[in-house]
Design a protein around this ligand. Sequence first.
Ligand code: ZN
Length: 412
Amino acid sequence: MRNLQVNGERLWASLMELARIGATPKGGVCRLAASDLDGEARRLFISWSEEAGCTVRIDKIGNIFARRPGRDPKLPPVMTGSHLDTQPTGGKFDGAYGVMAGLELMRTLNDLGYETEAPIEVVAWTNEEGSRFSPAMVGSGAFAGIFDLAEGLGRPDNVTGVTLGAELERIGFAGSEPVGGRPVAAYFEAHIEQGPILEAERKTVGVVTGAQGQRWYEITVTGQEAHAGPTPMTRRRDALVGAARMIDAVNRIGHDNAPYACATVGFAQVFPNSRNTIPGRVFFTVDFRHPEDAVLSAMDGELRQACKAAADAIGLEVEVKEFWYFPPTPFDPDLVAVVRNAAEAQGYLHQDIISGAGHDAVYLARVTPTAMIFVPCVGGISHNEIEDAKPEDLTAGCNVLLNAMVERASAA
Ligand SMILES: [Zn+2]
């Protein structure tokens, strides 16, 4: 491992200049996918990439690839990147950091006159946030073949209904390159953690070993509506009492599978929702997450059993419907080891960590060896205008990214 060092001040300056595009009064950024401001940020990234000697290509879903040549142009590129779009009340670092870290490492390689064997590409993926056009991660998903192109371009704006394709056309980013279908040697993504673990553990670098799997459910509990006064307790089939026991079980299942399980009921409706009527029906959702599929399956079994037991005890009916399943994504062990070794060689305090959120890297992992690097964010807060990160941590993550990329692009 070579221990090359990026220019942290230049990285910070670029992040701050980029954050002026769509800056909000509270210090955050609002730069929705395929908006005029997104177009402005894209053009700034392209001009910086061209100044750094890169060739820039744009594919049909607007993903931007800035390529620094390697000694052997026939080798597939080692790729890094993230996204330039933000949430409506987003911060300066979510996504922007991964793209600017990629740019900074290319500038550093230029300063050093360093030639890699394989080409290096820095990517800005289209519509990662899924805030204006859902779902999230459409650009990287199309590149990885999860969505077909027409499906991706046809996604409507949540408010106006105008399509992603039309908006990309309008801002000048409906490119001509085919989407995906070409080999990538490896993909690295640097990102702020968006959670509290690294800060709490006083670690500078998170070596991301994978992303959690998710199972989402919709549960309907049916009992019988009756008058709250004349109906004796023994005669009741109270759907809300059953649902309350089920919700408690969801929480218990989360705790039983600590430390990695997450179990949440975030939405509930009571029918008829009248204070002097015994509830006849309750609808609620469950969101289970865990990095291991076997545990997620076990949690599924526990949930179904707990719901049945709670329903049977008071004569209710329950329907447990699986709404969405997203399998856990383990990252490539060799590439994860490259990241870990790079952190070690730089002398940074680091730990293995699982990504709780979705990222472009999760889709890239379907088509190429993939790993991620996390750096702490202040208070673990993200998707918020007060999102913040320390310059020295951002520099550390970028140094790890640089050395991991060089290791991979030179080994090729
Ligand atoms: Zn992000």
